[in-house]
Design a protein around this ligand. Structure first.
Ligand code: COA
Ligand code: AMP
Length: 652
């Protein structure tokens, strides 16, 4: 006889098996009948003109979803909820432990704020297709700014506040905005971070000149305005007229979001309006199990894709309440802050990065801050942004007793590629795996020649074209780079840049990057960019940067530099200067603290730095010197340097 508990687990297993079949059937249907599948999903939105052509393949490999459709993303995220009687419902619940402020903004208030800001933008000549850069902290005005752009068809480009002036200038030069929206400061646990000096520096550095800057003065720090160019947010909005929602083509760009590539020049991922709105709405229901009226919280930053998709657009398109949080998982004020916020605002689905859970675990390993916190409202916890190590997932599950859902995606895809469909067909959780490919994504694992590999064999993770709605349409004004970076290695497929494998049940495992991108506390950074900056130092001849394992942040950057002949700088001084340089040029978010001089870097005879081998040495993994190595002795130099820095401590 089975006990009650055994019976329950048998029932659960049967259910999960059935759900896996359901997930796979849905996945198959989405690929076999793309137009029908996404055409049906599009009915969840209001269209000015519904698309007759759901998928236009005539310009492959550039695909256009809902090509002849017309709509407005802001209308769908704001106005239609007011019209449907949700005007009094909280749209944005702002929680800012760093300023001790909490308030809710209803859908009706959101409509007023966004319409007025959009009206003001129109009054200074911003219209459809114009770019607007947004360099702002985690305040509701940042969401208003994005939605105001969407309202009038301007294309926003949000730059993360932790980036330095130089990175902002690079993005301004590429996006060529007429207007920048910014604030006087951001607030970090370390104190107030004035943004205006960074913006002024970026604008002085940029080749492209903007017409205006609209500055939100926060009470924590006052920003001086430059007459003629700078305008005060509150004053500008006081008299601004309301703007209506523009009729936009589904294929018109909604935003450009820059992300790290392998070179110092970031990639401007372009997202359209129609496909994006359809995919995000679908994902809110099917993946995150969120309906209109539910409360959703993505503890990320609007500067990242998670913030775009799941702080701003996804929850609002769904008519849910989105929680916007200006604080950290720990230290603002303690590791119980997330849990208390979830309980207080009845959050149903919560999304954060594994690194945040690791930070909480480090400070509260036994979950003492969970005691007495009623989390019955919370149904699921979602983790993404970096690989989720099984220990972190298992710990979170033990503490919270909720499903902990790892899911995998990228800035480019805009929404999950592999996930557990918690709203439709929850399947068994396997720690270390983001579960199964999501409907719309034909994921394959292939070898160097493009042949599919057997289960449990590692390879490059690729997605058969066309990608589903909501994914990148191209790189900003650079179709060629889009094709070269993503489509050229395996014709007919999108290269994700991730390596991994599938198991015998079809579960995907994402293990590492195949390029020189590293992931620091869920933030994606380019080692090539670090190297460029290190080489700006007058004493540095060459530099190599790799990502090394870090218990809290997953990875951190580590640099080795070769000094120019005859340079006599002390190690300590060099270290200090290089760290300051990276902070100034890339930003504090780079978390760059490990750097040392070395006599010579390991390279192939053709001059390619052997970063992969260096990484293996740092992580104490087995490696063999490549046959093409120029000087095998250099690997010993690397080992010695890394050992001195606390890595590569065991001889292999
Ligand atoms: N504006 C200005 N500076 C910022 C910033 C912002 N928006 N965000 C981060 N910074 C600064 C921090 O102040 C810090 O500066 P410091 O070196 O002077 O202390 C630096 O950038 C690194 O910040 P952070 O990455 O937050 O690291 P941390 O050591 O302060 O905190 C964690 C560690 C794990 C708590 C933190 O990284 C975290 O909350 N991670 C979650 C990441 C996440 O949600 N990612 C989203 C992707 S889904
Ligand atoms: P970003 O574009 O900043 O969102 O970073 C995307 C990259 O982060 C992916 O290409 C992966 O390398 C990594 N990543 C994100 N989520 C996961 C996950 N759940 N598992 C493994 N890697 C992930």
């Amino acid at each position: 006889m089975l006990t009650e508990q055994q019976n329950a687990s048998v029932a659960q297993a049967t259910n999960q098996k059935q759900n896996q079949q359901k997930h796979q059937a849905l996945h198959q249907a989405s690929l076999l009948n793309k137009a029908e599948f996404w055409g049906e999903a599009a009915k969840a939105l209001d269209w000015i003109k519904p698309a007759k052509t759901v998928l236009d393949e005539s310009q492959a490999p550039f695909y256009h979803w809902f090509a002849d459709g017309e709509m407005n993303t802001c209308y769908n995220a704001v106005d239609r909820h007011v019209l449907a009687g949700r005007g009094d419902q909280i749209a944005i619940q702002y929680v800012s432990p760093v300023t001790d402020t909490e308030y809710g903004i209803s859908y009706a208030e959101l409509q007023a704020q966004v319409s007025r800001l959009a009206g003001f933008m129109q009054s200074i000549g911003i219209g459809k297709g114009d770019r607007v850069v947004i360099y702002m902290p985690m305040v509701p005005e940042t969401a208003f700014a994005m939605l105001a752009c969407a309202r009038i068809g301007a294309i926003h480009s949000v730059v993360f506040g932790g980036f330095a002036a130089n990175e902002l200038a690079t993005r301004i030069n590429d996006a060529k905005p007429k207007l920048v929206l910014s604030a006087s400061c951001g607030i970090e646990p370390s104190g107030v971070i004035p943004y205006k000096p960074l913006l002024d520096k970026a604008l002085a550095q940029a080749v492209h000149q903007v017409d205006h800057c609209l500055i939100l003065n926060r009470s924590q720090c006052h920003a001086d305005l430059l007459e003629g160019r700078d305008l005060d947010w509150q004053a500008a909005l006081a008299t601004a007229p309301w703007a209506d929602c523009a009729a936009l083509k589904a294929t018109d760009p909604l935003y450009v979001l820059y992300t790290s590539g392998t070179t110092g020049q970031p990639k401007g991922v372009v997202r359209d309006n129609g496909g994006h709105a359809v995919a995000l709405t679908w994902s809110m229901q099917h993946i995150y199990d969120i309906q209109a009226g539910d409360v959703f919280w993505a503890a990320s930053d609007v500067g990242w894709v998670v913030g775009h998709s799941y702080i701003v657009y996804g929850p609002l398109l769904m008519g849910a309440t989105t929680l916007m949080y200006e604080g950290k998982p720990v230290g603002t004020p303690d590791p119980g802050a997330f849990w208390r916020t979830i309980a207080k605002y009845k959050v149903k689905s919560f999304f954060t990065a594994p690194t945040a859970i690791r930070a909480i675990k480090r400070e509260d390993p036994d979950g003492e801050y969970l005691q007495g916190v009623d989390l019955t409202c919370l149904k699921n916890v979602f983790l993404a942004g970096e690989r989720c190590d099984p220990d972190t997932l298992v710990w979170a599950h033990a503490q919270l007793a909720k499903p902990i859902i790892d899911h995998w995606w990228q800035t480019e895809t805009g929404w999950p590629v592999a996930a557990n469909l918690m709203g439709t067909a929850p399947v068994a959780i396997k720690p270390g795996s983001p579960a199964l490919p999501v409907p719309g994504y034909a994921v394959e694992v292939v070898d160097e020649l493009g042949e599919q590999v057997a289960p449990n064999t590692s390879g490059n993770v690729v997605i058969k074209l066309p990608l589903p709605p909501g994914t990148l349409t191209t790189l900003w004004q650079n179709d060629q780079r889009y094709q070269d970076s993503y489509l050229s290695m395996y014709p007919g497929y999108y290269l994700t840049g991730d390596a991994g494998y599938t198991d015998e049940d079809g579960y995907l495992y994402i293990m590492s990057r195949i390029d020189d991108i590293i992931n620091v506390a869920g933030h994606r950074l380019s080692t090539g960019r670090f190297e460029e900056v290190l080489c700006q130092h007058p004493d540095v001849a060459e530099a190599a940067v790799i990502g090394v394992d870090d218990q809290l942040k997953g990875q951190v950057p580590l640099g080795l530099v070769v000094l120019k002949k005859g340079v006599t700088i002390s190690d300590e001084e060099l270290h200090k200067q290089l760290i300051t340089l990276v902070r100034q040029e890339i930003g504090p978010v780079a978390s760059f603290r490990l750097v040392s001089a070395i006599q010579k870097l390991p390279k192939t005879r053709s001059g390619k730095i052997l970063r992969g081998t260096m990484r293996k040495i740092a992580d104490n993994q087995q490696y063999t010197a490549p046959a093409t190595i120029e000087d095998p002795q250099t690997l010993e130099l690397v080992r010695t340097a890394l050992t001195r820095m606390g890595y590569a401590d065991a001889l292999v």
